[in-house]
Design a protein around this ligand. Structure first.
Ligand code: NAI
Ligand code: MG
Length: 500
């Protein structure tokens, strides 16, 4: 079924959303074995865009078989690392050639402002492929001198090889649909693995279009397989599959724990990038012209649907009113609208479920005594919009302070110079990111050292780069994505020991 998307979009986007969608297994575009499909929605209007195949266990089996065959006997493993890198580079180039199309597809399916997708999501995704393309030729082992005390006088030659892990399952979320695919595919491919990717059910379109570019770039069949479907069925089958060597997941901490459990059967390797409740600290000596818009951007970017969102804002008491009111002013003046409207600064949340979840948190905050100095409720009655919201009068025990809301909602709390507020900032089960705003370099780096977080931003926030590792302490996850660090997650070390 196909409907008019109802916006002015690129011809390619219209054509893509009007064709029946299929998924990519072994280089072919196929329907689900069951023949079932499910709808993907335009969150700005709550209307169906199109239907995609509802992949399930049987489709995951097929995709894993294809990936296994491509890994063991296909041409992929015989490519030189230079040729492998070139394919990955080409995919980055193709993304840039189709930048506008992908930006619109993301805005349509996810709801994010097209200007943001154009400036950030698509270029960052392309850059991820370009950056990782370079690593394909630079993955190396070491030579190691041995001592072996129980074999006196014996001589050895020992070295390590870094080999691909094998067949990798990758399960990604809906907040940055294309970028999350790029974060996972690029290093997995650079290291020589074959992949079964399951996009989020809320936002399958850009991954399927990326699959077409993967074909166009010339990757051998079965190297990348893309199965659309629900988490509890297709996702669960992939996480539990006994012929999958590694599973990489980004999403909720709750599902991360389920994935870790499912991986137990064959002890596949697991990397997890999970939730956050990141503290953002504004000292009184910060440059307020930078810190106030920075604190607003830290939470409101991508409508707060960022695992690293600066959702707990701590402000030194002498500047509390100035900062809280400054962020609130920014919230009130934000233009909400459909992602595909050029003037939109904040789009809808991704789904009805997220709308319910986020407004549920707002209700809980108000019941527990918090007050909104900006926003506080759903915006309009069409689509899944929530007003950017600034909450004050919170206490450390409130759910709105402790749990990940994943919406445009920030709590602002004062701290005094004498207090151990770093302890308060670290008082969370999460440890993904943190922010610090100050002009005092020593204080900035002292605070950075004391924060338990995988990324600490100083006088900036939400800076992502293919070269900068990203991931979490504590229940924010296992392992790191991006940078050369991620290659550890996609390679096995083989020690080879020779007696001379
Ligand atoms: P989720 O964790 O359920 O979904 C993420 C991915 O996992 C999707 O592809 C989904 O299909 C898959 N999945 C779900 N259940 C699965 C299972 N049992 N086995 C295998 N795969 C499964 O997240 P959801 O429900 O979309 O959002 C709920 C909350 O999760 C959000 O409010 C937010 O707090 C958090 N979240 C965090 C993200 C992050 O970037 N760290 C991204 C998305 C959500
Ligand atoms: Mg879920």
């Amino acid at each position: 079924m196909a409907i008019d998307v109802g916006y002015r979009v690129e011809d390619e986007v219209r054509a893509f959303t009007q064709q029946p969608k299929r998924m990519l297994i072994n280089g072919e575009w196929v329907e689900a074995a069951s023949g079932k499909t499910f709808p993907t929605y335009d969150p700005a209007r709550g209307k169906v865009i199109t239907e995609v195949p509802e992949g399930d266990k049987e489709d995951i089996d097929r995709a894993v078989r294809a990936a296994r065959q491509a890994f063991e006997t296909g041409p992929w493993r015989r490519l030189t690392t230079s040729d492998r890198g070139r394919l990955i580079w080409k995919l980055g180039d193709l993304l840039l050639e189709h930048l506008e199309e992908f930006a619109e597809l993301e805005a349509l399916d996810n709801g994010k402002p097209v200007q943001v997708a154009r400036a950030a999501d698509v270029p960052l995704s392309a850059d991820m492929f370009h950056y990782m393309a370079g690593w394909a030729t630079k993955i190396e082992g070491n030579t190691i001198s041995l001592n072996v005390p129980y074999m006196p006088g014996a001589e050895f030659f020992a070295y390590t090889l870094r080999e691909p892990v094998g067949v990798v399952g990758q399960i990604i979320p809906w907040n940055f649909p294309l970028l999350m695919a790029a974060w996972k595919l690029a290093p997995g491919l650079a290291a020589g693995n074959t992949i079964v990717l399951k996009p989020a059910e809320q936002t399958p379109l850009s991954a399927l279009r990326l699959g077409e570019l993967i074909q166009e770039a010339g990757f051998p069949n079965g190297v990348v397989n893309i199965v659309t479907g629900y988490g509890e069925t297709a996702g669960a089958a992939l996480a539990a599959h006994h012929d999958v060597d590694k599973i990489a997941f980004t999403g909720s901490t709750e599902v991360g724990k389920i994935i870790a459990g499912a991986a137990r059967g064959n002890l596949k390797k697991v990397s997890l990038e999970l939730g956050g409740k990141s503290p953002n600290i504004v000292y009184a000596d910060a440059d307020m012209e930078v810190a106030i818009p920075g604190a607003a951007g830290a939470i409101f970017f991508n409508h707060g649907q960022c695992c690293c969102a600066g959702s707990r804002l701590y402000v030194e008491d002498t500047v509390f009113d100035q900062v809280a009111e400054g962020v609130a002013k920014q919230a009130r003046s934000t233009e909400l609208g459909p992602g595909l409207s050029e003037s939109t600064q904040m789009g809808p949340l991704v789904s009805e479920e997220q709308l319910q979840r986020v407004t549920g948190y707002l209700d809980s905050g108000f019941q527990e005594g918090a007050h909104a100095i900006a926003g506080g409720k759903r915006h309009g009655d069409q689509g899944y919009f929530v007003e950017p919201t600034v909450l004050v009068d919170t206490t450390p025990e409130m759910k709105v302070v402790r749990e990940e809301i994943f919406g445009p909602v920030v709590t602002v709390s004062p701290f005094s110079r004498e207090e151990d507020f770093v302890g308060r900032a670290n008082d969370t089960i999460f440890g993904l990111a943190a922010g610090i705003w100050t002009r005092d370099l020593s204080k900035a780096h002292r605070t950075a050292a004391a924060l338990k977080a995988g990324t600490v931003y100083i006088n900036c926030y939400n800076v992502f780069d293919a070269a900068l590792p990203f991931g979490g302490y504590k229940q924010s996850g296992w392992g790191r994505e991006m940078g050369h660090e991620v290659l550890e997650q996609y390679t096995e070390v083989k020690s080879v020991c020779t007696k001379l």
